[in-house]
Design a protein around this ligand. Structure first.
Ligand code: AMP
Ligand code: GLY
Length: 425
């Protein structure tokens, strides 16, 4: 099969690394990719939202399967674009269509969907500029902290946890009146704060059946001890110790199956990943968010634990044959630590020489995120630069290996969290 992966981060490098190992894979392309994906496939310079460019590339290169890594093309309707063009009929595309992508593209849609389908979630209400007074009254009814969420995509910055009523009101003004996130904050979901421990589940569905991938926990904040600004994710671990068979069974009955049933009830033919962000409070799981893609850096710990052929799994998904497909998951633990550019998630510099990544121990997989190659040198090219994944018999061993690798790989301004996974073990 000829495969095109859309995206350019650590998640896409992990996809490319895994798919390149499949005996079913002939040619592998990544749009636009990074210096890591270039090692296992061919990077092409077509933007993920250039649907016409991508579809022409697919036709010219006999692509059989497209895997959409990031949410933006999904929310903008890449799947609908491909499905509406009969000359693209033979090309299978793994990803949610525009309607399904609303699960991530609109927090208000997602909350209504959860309520409609009886899926446990934090109590909330949605407001607009017109109802701002009511929003302020609603804030008064909640205890501190209060969670405010811009409705639309805001590059991971749209959620604010306000620690006083003043901060909540100020944030509300910024979002609704000052249009801080533009159209994305024309609606704001205000919800109660859930105090618990987070974990993410990953479902791959063909619209009828599903396969559950290994769970993961990521570390979103920049500072150690979960302090400071939110980032795309600073590290991840899989498996997560408190996720027992019983926990999974419960989540399947109360969350996963109702989610898939809900999509069917809305006539959404969903063929792709659903990333379910959970908050576990006193042993009960609540859905914080849905994403219509895999997580980054969660993918960098989830895929190394899948022993089965991943392209065969995607192929079965595209053919709606998941009912008869299962996967083998390694009992080993995977951990990843993300090296980031100094200043991230705010201003940072690019173009710094990366060294020490050539001679890493064999139990380390270096998944590139923001990197590019220039005259045989690997340079930084983003906030999140490289994810150092280790696979080992125990999480402790894996963490030690990831931490060791994080010392070995260097570039000017390098920063990483040294406490990834410490809270779990
Ligand atoms: P979301 O994009 O909705 O997952 O929110 C981003 C992050 O904000 C989550 O990963 C949580 O850490 C935090 N968060 C979101 N909603 C809540 C909530 N209701 N209670 C506590 N923390 C939350
Ligand atoms: N690491 C969180 C995300 O991918 O949304």
């Amino acid at each position: 099969m000829n495969v095109l992966i859309i995206g350019s981060g650590g998640r896409e490098h992990a996809f490319a690394w895994k798919i390149a190992q499949s005996s079913l894979c002939d040619n592998l392309y990544i749009a636009t990719g990074n210096a890591g994906t270039a090692r296992v496939g061919t990077n092409i310079a077509i933007k993920p939202t250039d649907f016409e460019g991508l579809s022409n590339f697919c036709k010219e290169n006999n692509i059989d399967l497209v895997l959409v890594g990031n949410e933006e093309p999904l929310v903008k309707g890449i799947v609908d674009y491909f499905e509406s063009d009969s000359s693209l009929e033979k090309i299978k595309i793994i990803g949610a269509n525009k309607k399904g992508a609303q699960l991530e593209g609109s927090k208000d849609f997602a909350k209504n969907f959860m309520i409609k389908n009886n899926i446990p979630t934090a109590k909330s209400e949605t407001f607009t500029k017109e109802s701002i007074q009511k929003a302020k009254e609603y804030i008064e009814t909640l205890s501190i902290p209060v969670v405010l969420k811009a409705d639309g995509l805001a590059a991971g910055k749209g959620v604010v946890i306000a620690h006083s009523k003043e901060e909540a009101n100020k944030t509300l003004d910024e979002m609704l009146l000052d249009e801080k996130f533009g159209e994305a904050s024309s609606k704001v979901v205000i919800e109660e704060f859930l105090d618990g421990i987070e974990v993410s589940l990953f479902v791959l569905t063909d619209g009828k059946d599903y396969v559950l991938l290994p769970e993961a926990k990521d570390y979103k904040q920049i500072g150690e001890g979960n302090t400071g600004l939110n980032t795309g994710g600073m590290g991840a671990v899989s498996p997560v110790p408190f996720v027992t068979k019983e926990f999974i069974k419960n989540a399947e009955e109360t969350i996963i199956k109702p989610t898939l049933k809900g999509l069917q009830n809305e006539n959404i033919d969903y063929c792709g990943f659903i990333f379910i962000g959970l908050m576990v409070v006193k042993n009960k799981a609540y859905v914080l968010e849905y994403n219509v893609r895999m997580g980054d850096p969660e993918t960098e710990v989830v895929l190394p634990r899948i022993e089965s052929d991943f392209l065969a799994l995607l192929d079965a998904t595209s053919k709606k044959e998941l009912a008869s497909h299962s996967i083998k998951i390694s009992k080993k633990a995977a951990t990843t630590i993300m090296l980031v550019s100094g200043g991230y998630p705010e201003k940072y510099q690019k173009g710094k020489l990366i060294t020490g990544n050539q001679n890493l121990p064999p139990n380390i997989i270096a998944f590139h995120a923001g990197t590019k190659e220039n005259e045989n040198q690997i340079l930084t090219n983003g906030g999140r630069v490289i994810a150092l994944t280790a696979l080992a018999n125990t999480a402790k061993e894996a963490l030690a290996a990831s931490n060791q690798a994080a010392k070995l790989v260097t570039f000017e301004g390098k920063y990483y969290r040294k406490d990834i996974g410490k809270d779990l073990f």
